[in-house]
Design a protein around this ligand. Structure first.
Ligand code: NAI
Ligand code: A1CAB
Length: 272
């Protein structure tokens, strides 16, 4: 790829993507520019860690960039877009990773003809394991969509989706890793309370999660079948699952996903 990619926002998610894309040969370090609102120390750290160009001069970055990646918090997006519309040209392409920021909102602010892509990656991009959903705006050509796919494939898998699915996807895949971490935290805590030392608990839990993920990916069986395969009649798994069911685990998870999804909808509505 010959394009220069400029990140506006240098937080956790931007760093995860920068780490991923600079580890591959798809773009060179020289093609990656990074800025943030005002945190020079953070930019120095990113420059040192990944060898990319970090600068606070935002106008210069727009001039050099082909692809502009929006990676600030949703609350900062409106002001940034209002500023960006004064500098953006039709040869630029804008890719957002911002939860709840709609394509309509971006197109409306940036004006006619600007290609805009909305994505939802997750922080596993840091190790090339993101599950990134991608939706294209009205001015995006197929080649530009393929470019975005190729870019995010450097940090994991990609899936093209209708934008209307993005609220749900933000809940299960953008926020999703945090929910699995919370489950691991809870299991670790229970194991420690039962007398296991922390290191052993975390080591075994980590490999258990990796193994379960790989089984989901490679076995060809669905999660229900994989669960049934572990659950011997009157055995230990059944005893544990009975507790989850008695405490309405399904309902808890549904309210978790709905909570995240509804927050995504709220963020979108607040921008309109
Ligand atoms: N953290 C995550 O797991 C995920 C986050 N996202 C989205 O990514 C975005 C960033 O999230 P985090 O990295 O966690 O946030 P963060 O708070 O760590 O980073 C935000 C960055 O944006 C910068 N910024 C704010 N206004 C700016 C401006 N006008 N110009 C340039 N930079 C500006 C800040 O200086 C900071 O570097 C959010 O919109 C979030 O919805 C999406 C998927 C997953
Ligand atoms: O919590 C958030 O708002 C962001 C979006 C998806 C993951 N983290």
């Amino acid at each position: 790829m010959e394009k220069t990619i400029a990140f506006f926002g240098a937080g956790n998610l931007a760093e995860a993507i920068i780490a991923g894309i600079t580890r591959t040969n798809v773009v060179t370090k020289e093609q990656v520019l990074v800025t943030n609102r005002s945190d020079k120390a953070r930019l120095d750290l990113i420059a040192e860690k990944y060898g990319v160009t970090c600068d606070l001069d935002k106008e210069e970055m727009i001039e050099k960039a082909d692809i502009i990646i929006l990676a600030m918090k949703p609350k900062d997006a409106k002001d940034y877009l209002d500023w960006l519309k004064n500098y953006i040209k039709p040869h630029h392409m804008v890719i957002s990773v911002i939860a709840g920021l709609s394509i309509e909102q971006m197109e409306k602010t940036l004006g006619e003809g600007i290609p805009v892509i909305r994505t939802m990656p997750n922080t596993s991009a840091l190790i090339g394991q993101s599950a990134t959903a991608i939706s294209k705006g009205t001015n995006v050509e197929l080649g530009q969509l393929y470019f975005a796919e190729e870019l995010f494939q450097t940090v994991g898998t990609t899936k093209i989706v209708d934008e209307e699915q993005m609220h749900t996807i933000t809940a299960i895949a953008g926020s999703g890793p945090a929910f699995f971490y919370y489950m691991v935290e809870a299991m670790e805590k229970a194991a420690i309370e039962a007398g296991l030392d922390r290191d052993t608990a975390l080591e075994l839990l980590t490999q258990t999660v990796i193994g379960a993920g790989k089984m989901l990916e490679t076995s060809g069986a669905d999660p229900e079948q994989l669960r049934v395969n572990i659950t011997s009649p009157a055995g230990t798994t059944e005893a544990g699952l009975n507790q989850l069911m008695a405490n309405e685990f399904d309902k808890i998870i549904k309210s978790c996903v709905d909570g995240a999804r509804n927050r995504s909808i709220e963020i979108t509505n607040a921008q309109n």
